[in-house]
Design a protein around this ligand. Structure first.
Ligand SMILES: [Zn+2]
Length: 110
């Protein structure tokens, strides 16, 4: 499944450290990082992957390793849909710090 979409893109794969850095500076949207297994079965043999979704401005993103997959999403809705399709419903989590904020944000909207 291609990540590219017609502009404006709602999902973007962050392939270089520079791209990741710039996206964090922009601090817009959400960033996922973790280990995505290939659909063709060539899974990276990673024992306990931490697949986490953050706000783009989350300070914890500083510690993400260079070899992890990173994907940017414009909105929560896009992120949830994409991650559930890509990784599976229970195979990723919100970052603890960001989760608090997203819960608050949802509460604020209702
Ligand atoms: Zn976070």
């Amino acid at each position: 499944m291609p990540l590219q979409q017609k502009s404006p893109a709602a999902v973007r794969s962050l392939e270089s450290p520079e791209e990741f850095f710039e996206t964090r500076l922009e601090a817009v949207g959400f960033i996922f990082h973790g280990t995505v297994t290939e659909p063709n079965g060539k899974a990276h043999s990673v024992r306990s992957p931490s697949n986490l979704l953050h706000f783009a401005r989350c300070p914890k993103l500083e510690k993400v390793g260079d070899n992890e997959t990173k994907i940017w999403f414009r909105s929560v809705r896009v992120a949830l849909k994409h991650l559930d399709e890509l990784i599976g419903h229970h195979r990723w989590k919100w970052c603890k710090v960001c989760e608090r904020e997203i819960t608050q944000r949802i509460l604020d909207q209702t």
